[in-house]
Design a protein around this ligand. Sequence first.
Ligand SMILES: [Zn+2]
Length: 95
Amino acid sequence: MRRRTAARGNTNMNEKLDRISWDAPNNRWIVTGGGKLAAKYFVQWSSVLSRYTCTCPDWRYRRMGDIQDCKHIHCIVEILQYGSKEELEAIGVKK
Ligand SMILES: [Zn+2]
């Protein structure tokens, strides 16, 4: 039987934290894709667009024109929203 945790928006925070890091000099997030291809994508806030942008193909080709964000952006937003001070500091963010 599978156990579900409903805590903090139901996701595995540690797993997500392992996959992202804050690239302070470039003012962007580095997100390592899960799965077989460990590709790296960059998530960055765009003040022009007033939204996050991502370099993954999913975002660039399919989502650019609409209001949806890709899973990498969702990951960042969720961590910023639910991550504890310690968790955020561990990836280089000062809350
Ligand atoms: Zn993406």
